[in-house]
Design a protein around this ligand. Structure first.
Ligand code: ADP
Ligand code: MG
Length: 465
């Protein structure tokens, strides 16, 4: 698209520039937690608390101002806002740079440019139970001594069970242990896209450097390679090259290699050279433990019987489990009321009603959401950044994340955007659900309609256009 840089691109540039200007721990603890609201022009920077805001302004005000003004081509600013609903500040822990550290689980979700790791997915926030203990232990061992234990480590299991979380946790932990390690997390889709891109630009060596020059490669959702011969061939060479030079690989898949039928046997057998481990759906106890961890960040306390209720409602997908809790806590923040069992049951009504879940794809979600907001599908997919179109697009992304098993890059693809934009949108909608009743109602209505397979128009047409 022959267009000026989109706001998201500028935001990335801004983050990169700021990150370069500060120490690693300052970045992780403070500056990476600054979010942005593109709906304002020029965009507003969002801080999780007054304290946080004051801290970054005191210590890094000049850097932030000059970078912001240059990249967003704005003579003044940036405007700042403190956003409610983000996790509260924890007491600071002693660290090498005084007053600098914050538990990593508190950091906002974002990806780190060089490694591509998702900040939020760390071992600290990974709840270990029967269903994932073995995978967790193997992942821990590999991250403490990459390249020496199990190569590759192959983790498989159904959607929403924590594969992506574990892969990222390996990357974070390894980079803490060995700061010089070259680490790269990549989804199989992005691996393929990078490959196509380098071929198109006639720069195959770029691709080789990028993936054969790493010490730790974290390749997510390898089932995506099924039936794609050219990339399988390329990956086969990448694998051999890394393996031979003792570099660590951690690979995830939604099924056992033996069931990746269209992968050649030479590759499948290599997957079994190291350690194969599965992740099972969590038992009741683990589900409850995960909910308790998540509920600590809720704006209001969530009683145990509500957590138990949710844990009983959703059994085989942790993302759905978290999604149910988000809806309940959003409701309670919105109504400024403590949540009780009865209200939780009401808020989550559609999850009980869903006997046979309807298989949903992004097309239908986009269509339905667009029509509910009074836009066309083309509008949603366009680069336009005007409101309320942006909200409509972000809600569609959120619903794709909540209602399908699609990976972030896959969702991004459906919107012609990259996976960081999807992450950003999903987080943004989660926040807004807590503060904006109209959005909450609309998302609830859309969720119900889509779940019932009553997608397009009929009733969605009726509500606030
Ligand atoms: P997958 O890649 O297997 O589809 P994800 O890693 O994306 O699953 O996990 C889905 C969601 O569930 C994420 O928000 C993740 O943080 C959370 N999650 C998964 N397993 C755990 C766990 N053991 N403890 C805490 N959160 C978890
Ligand atoms: Mg995943």
């Amino acid at each position: 698209m022959a267009q000026a840089l989109q706001a998201e691109d500028k935001w990335k540039l801004f983050q990169d520039a700021v990150q370069e200007g500060v120490s690693k721990s300052n970045w992780h603890t403070w500056l990476s937690r600054i979010d942005v609201d593109f709906d304002d022009d020029p965009p507003t920077l969002l801080a999780p608390s007054e304290f946080h805001l004051k801290w970054i302004q005191d210590k890094h005000g000049d850097l932030i101002r000059s970078t912001y003004r240059e990249i967003f081509e704005s003579p003044n600013g940036p405007p700042f806002r403190v956003v409610e609903g983000l996790p509260p500040e924890l007491p600071l822990e002693p660290a090498d740079e005084p007053g600098d550290q914050m538990p990593t689980s508190m950091q906002k979700q974002s990806t780190l440019p060089e490694t591509n790791l998702i900040s939020r997915y760390q071992f600290e926030s990974f709840v270990v139970g029967q269903s994932n203990r073995f995978a967790w232990a193997a992942a821990m061992a590999v991250s403490e001594q990459p390249g020496t234990h199990y190569n590759p480590l192959f983790i498989y299991g159904g959607a929403g069970l924590g594969k992506t979380h574990l892969l990222n946790a390996v990357g974070h932990h390894a980079s803490e242990m060995y700061p010089d390690l070259v680490i790269r997390y990549v989804s199989s889709e992005n691996f393929l896209n990078d490959f196509i891109d380098c071929i198109r630009r006639k720069r195959p060596d770029d691709f080789k450097h990028r993936y054969r020059g790493v010490d730790l490669l974290l390749l997510d959702d390898v089932q995506f390679f099924e039936g794609k011969e050219q990339i399988l061939e390329e990956f086969f060479h990448t694998f051999n090259s890394l393996y031979e030079s003792g570099k660590q690989m951690v690979i995830s898949s939604d099924r056992h290699p033996r069931n990746l039928s269209s992968l050649e046997s030479r590759l499948r057998s290599r997957f079994e050279w190291g350690l194969l481990t599965d992740i099972q759906p969590p038992d009741m106890e683990t589900r409850l433990a995960i909910l308790k961890t998540n509920a600590e960040f809720a704006p209001r306390p969530v009683p145990i019987e509500v957590l138990e209720y949710i844990a009983g409602l959703v059994s085989d997908n942790i993302r759905e489990l978290e999604g149910a809790l988000t809806r309940v806590t959003a409701w309670s923040a919105l109504n400024r009321r403590d949540i009780d069992l009865e209200t939780a049951q009401r808020v989550l009504q559609d999850m009980i009603a869903a006997e046979e879940p309807v298989a949903l794809g992004p097309d239908e979600i986009i269509r339905t959401t667009a029509s509910s907001f009074g836009f066309s599908v083309d509008d949603v997919l366009s680069p336009s950044r005007r409101q309320p179109l942006v909200m409509c697009r972000q809600v569609s992304m959120y619903l794709c994340r909540e209602l399908t098993d699609l990976s972030l890059p896959k969702i991004g693809e459906a919107f012609n955007r990259d996976h960081t934009t999807v992450l950003h949108s999903v987080d943004k909608v989660k926040r807004i659900l807590r503060s904006d009743r109209a959005v909450f109602d609309r998302v609830t209505q859309l969720t119900q309609d889509l779940r019932k397979g009553e997608g397009i128009s009929t009733r969605a047409e009726g509500i606030h256009r």
